[in-house]
Design a protein. Structure first.
Length: 127
């Protein structure tokens, strides 16, 4: 995972804590959206992924409440994205950075886990 963090730092001009936190948030978001068997394939292809996810910041309470309400009203995708944007904010990254993280993360996943794993993640990380 250090290779991914290094690529994010270099390409996005952020620090290592922001890179690790943001990547962990994206993988946590994907874990919540994928069926368990699919995420297990992702996890097996990317050693160290669980540690990255565990280190990711939590969404703020307000975003969790609003996100939960949106999910109950049928706007689950919007709720999840709201929580993701809130958690990125806790890293002092604006929500526009999510779109900048995704291609770097997907490129890393393709190199490490292959195209099929990358496509699985790409399907749930569309913003």
């Amino acid at each position: 995972m250090q290779e991914l963090i290094g690529a994010l730092v270099k390409q996005l001009g952020i620090n290592e804590q922001q890179a690790a936190g943001g990547a962990g948030l994206l993988f946590k978001f994907a874990k919540d959206k994928l069926v368990a068997a699919d995420f297990q394939q992702v996890s097996q292809a990317l050693p160290g992924l669980s540690g990255l996810i565990k280190g990711a910041p939590q969404a703020g309470a307000g975003a969790s409440v609003v996100g939960g309400l949106l999910s109950k009203l049928g706007g689950g995708g919007a709720g999840g994205l709201l929580q993701l944007a809130s958690a990125f904010g806790s890293l002092k990254l604006d929500q526009g950075m999510i779109a900048k993280f995704i291609p770097v993360v997907l490129g890393f996943v393709k190199n490490q886990g292959g195209e099929s794993i990358m496509k699985m993640l790409q399907g749930v990380l569309k913003t």
